[in-house]
Design a protein around this ligand. Structure first.
Ligand SMILES: [Zn+2]
Length: 303
């Protein structure tokens, strides 16, 4: 049994995952960033100890996924946007020492991609890109079964490739990044600007309005699908992977988006065999983060 720990911007998911990628136990706790990493570590340890005791499972290792930047080799957190003051914390060392097992860490997008490659849409494939569309857009690239890393182990930030040079200001400081046009907040912001007299709507509500025939909500969803399709066209033309697996909160409305996305990618990618690139929604569902975290350990220590 592997313990998976998925540290996000606002919550930490943790649980036990068996050797077939099935989630046996699962708990979510708030990050409580201001209380610092030592407090988070203590809460994680307490819950994992309890889960191990209750299931009577033998713990083989711990896999950790965390919002980047992180150093997957040393196990240290970098200057994570949503975790100010946590830089330099090493959850790999601290959790491994506490349980007397090995542990490994990856950027959460890379962890999700590893889970997808082993237990999801990428089984039996050599190249896969996992793209999570939610508050932001994160992507992990798997080539020949392993995570693609850039210089000095850097994680590529596909969500920040520029789609519209004069587009909206992005959280990263640039303008017109894919994330600033095709994420959940991008959908909500555009709809709010078009409908100043309406209440502030969530992305889920806008999609429900679109399904009910609300014209402005439908335009907002069409715009979202257009920018998702344009960004994916760039990804396909540059890397031409066998599979692109889409996940994240925005993909809960995939029924409104996928046909348009496929049409745009087919129309834009003229010089690659686009029919050989499968673009589909992740089959791992809400547990993708936790399953990915467990696969981080398998990928490092059990290959
Ligand atoms: Zn950006």
């Amino acid at each position: 049994m592997i313990a998976g720990v998925d540290i996000g911007g606002t919550k930490i998911a943790l649980g036990l995952i068996d050797d077939n990628g099935a989630v046996v136990t699962r708990t979510e706790i708030p990050v409580q960033m201001e209380r610092g990493p030592a407090n988070a570590r203590d809460r994680i340890l307490q819950i994992l100890h309890k889960q191990v005791l209750e299931t009577g499972a033998g713990l083989t290792g711990i896999g950790i996924a965390c919002t980047g930047p992180v150093d997957p080799i040393t196990g240290e957190l970098g200057d994570v946007n949503t975790l100010p003051g946590w830089q330099g914390w090493n959850p790999v060392r601290e959790l491994a020492d506490a349980f007397g097992v090995t542990a490994a860490l990856e950027n959460d997008a890379d962890a999700a991609a590893l889970g997808e490659a082993r237990w999801g849409a990428g089984q039996g494939k050599r190249s896969l890109i996992s793209i999570t569309v939610g508050t932001g857009i994160g992507a992990g690239i798997i080539l020949n079964g392993d995570v693609y890393r850039g210089a000095n182990h850097a994680h590529p930030e596909i969500g920040h490739h520029i789609v519209e040079p004069d587009g909206p200001l992005c959280t990263c400081g640039a303008s017109g990044c894919w994330e600033s046009l095709a994420s959940g907040p991008a959908l909500e912001q555009w709809y709010a600007e078009q409908n100043p007299d309406d209440d502030r709507r969530t992305g889920k509500e806008i999609c429900m309005l679109a399904r009910a025939g609300h014209a402005s909500a439908q335009r907002a969803v069409e715009r979202l699908a257009k920018y998702l399709g344009l960004g994916l066209s760039n990804v396909v033309s540059i890397l031409m992977p066998e599979v692109i697996a889409l996940s994240g909160s925005v993909m809960q409305s995939a029924d409104l988006l996928l046909d348009r996305i496929h049409a745009i990618v087919r129309g834009k990618c003229r010089l690659v065999p686009v029919e050989n690139c499968e673009i589909a929604v992740s089959s791992l569902g809400a547990n993708a983060g936790l399953i990915g975290a467990a696969q981080v350990w398998h990928n490092r220590f059990d290959r």
